[in-house]
Design a protein around this ligand. Structure first.
Ligand SMILES: Nc1nc2c(ncn2[C@@H]2O[C@H](COP(=O)(O)OP(=O)(O)OP(=O)(O)O)[C@@H](O)[C@H]2O)c(=O)[nH]1
Length: 393
């Protein structure tokens, strides 16, 4: 009996021991049934970042348990990648094909007329008409024709190369290679250079401001942008997009705010941040509204309380011809224009406007816009321009 009790007791103990072994089976190191509670980093908390659940992992084949404790993955918003625009040097050469395409009628038209078998009065009239159609202006067109006629008489020969050289020299002379086309963007001491971008709505001011910021960043400069076009909130948004892509901060205020105060604040920010250049985009003003033109003068005067204005660049749409010239004259009366940005030269055969606008305003074309792409703005160079329109490498 005692043995029976003893045997039963042994059996029960054995059952308990083995059962316990299975019930309290050790777990794989680092693997828990509970999902780890996701960690929220300070950064994620601050930015309201969504936290990703850790994924279930499959056990590796062969039963080798190698699972390691995994840090929960946290989605951190990628910092917007800054773009590296190309430098200013060589841009016009790169965009030469655009010029060649758009100015084909102008350049090639003149070349073929000059190479005609017989250069009679009618042909010379046609040459003059071609120049006028390309917006060279009546006075310059007549001068160019006179000069070419004289050269043809003196030199006699008219091989294709001679004709091309003659026309090339004449056009370059009229565009004037000696004009100073430097865009003054160098800071002075502890003050940034200040550029104002002015012009009528739709000519491409905001786009030019953004593209110019890229040119400068491409050349290694630091830039602040001022969104003084407070008539159109979208212009400030547009500028923020441009600035954001190259790391140029944008100073803006609410729609309807005083443009002069935005311009002043932008320059103040530029001084505080010790940047190289501040570019102020102004509102597109109707040249018939004297009040608005006066305001442009005010923006300049207010900015000058903080720092001198180095450039006032007038943006002109090359496709608007005589109308654009009229606008240019009004702007030139209201504010001292230091340079012209001729936009949309990719969309017109009227490249001769360069000659006319410089002649009318006595101010050089410093930059040209050759497309809607972010890097389609180039410093203007007369020789590259003429070579492109005459189809010369
Ligand atoms: N093809 C071409 N389009 C251009 C060029 N420059 C600007 N544009 C286009 O012209 C349009 C008007 O440009 P904006 O920069 O908004 O003109 P804006 O003068 O600032 O106009 P407002 O803000 O209304 O005063 C846009 O669609 C630009 O992409 C250029 O050189 N070539």
């Amino acid at each position: 009996m005692d043995y029976t009790i003893f045997a039963v007791a042994i059996f029960l103990i054995a059952v308990l021991v083995f059962g316990g072994v299975f019930l309290i089976r050790p777990r794989r190191p680092g693997v828990t049934d509970e999902k780890p509670s996701p960690e929220v980093t300070d950064e994620a908390a601050a930015t309201g970042t969504a936290v990703a659940e850790p994924e279930e992992r499959e056990e590796p084949a062969g039963g080798v348990e190698t699972a390691q404790p995994e840090a929960p993955s946290v989605e951190v918003p990628a910092a917007p990648e800054l773009e590296t625009p190309p430098p200013s040097a060589g841009r016009l050469v790169r965009l030469r094909a655009r010029l060649a395409r758009s100015q084909n009628v102008f350049g090639q038209g003149l070349l073929s007329l000059l190479a005609a078998d017989k250069l009679d009065d009618d042909t010379w009239d046609e040459i003059e008409d071609t120049l006028i159609t390309a917006d060279v202006g009546v006075t310059s067109a007549a001068q160019i024709v006179d000069n070419l006629r004289t050269k043809v008489k003196v030199h006699g020969g008219r091989t294709p190369d001679e004709v091309r050289d003659m026309l090339r020299a004449e056009l370059i002379a009229h565009i004037d290679p000696d004009l100073d086309r430097t865009v003054r963007t160098e800071p002075h001491g502890d003050r940034p250079a200040v550029l104002m971008i002015v012009g009528v709505n739709g000519t491409g001011k905001t786009t030019t401001t953004g593209k110019l910021a890229r040119v400068l960043v491409g050349d290694g400069r630091s830039v602040v942008l001022g969104a003084a076009d407070t008539f159109r909130a979208a212009a400030a948004d547009q500028l923020e997009t441009w600035g954001g892509r190259v790391g140029a901060p944008v100073v803006r205020k609410d729609e309807g705010a005083d443009p002069a105060s935005v311009a002043f604040d932008a320059v103040a920010r530029g001084v505080d941040d010790r940047v190289d250049t501040v570019i102020v985009d102004t509102a597109g003003r109707l040249h018939t509204k004297t009040g608005l033109m006066d305001e442009l003068g005010k923006v300049k005067r207010v900015v000058e309380k903080k720092s001198q204005v180095d450039e006032v660049l007038l943006v002109l749409d090359a496709t608007t011809g005589q109308n654009g010239l009229r606008q240019a004259r009004v702007f030139a009366e209201a504010v001292n224009i230091t340079g012209i940005v001729l936009t949309k030269l990719d969309g017109t055969a009227k490249g001769g406007i360069i000659i006319q606008v410089q002649r009318e305003l006595g101010v050089p074309v410093k930059l040209v816009g050759l497309g809607e792409g972010p890097d389609d703005l180039a410093p203007f160079d007369p020789e590259t321009f003429v070579d492109a329109i005459l189809g010369q490498d």
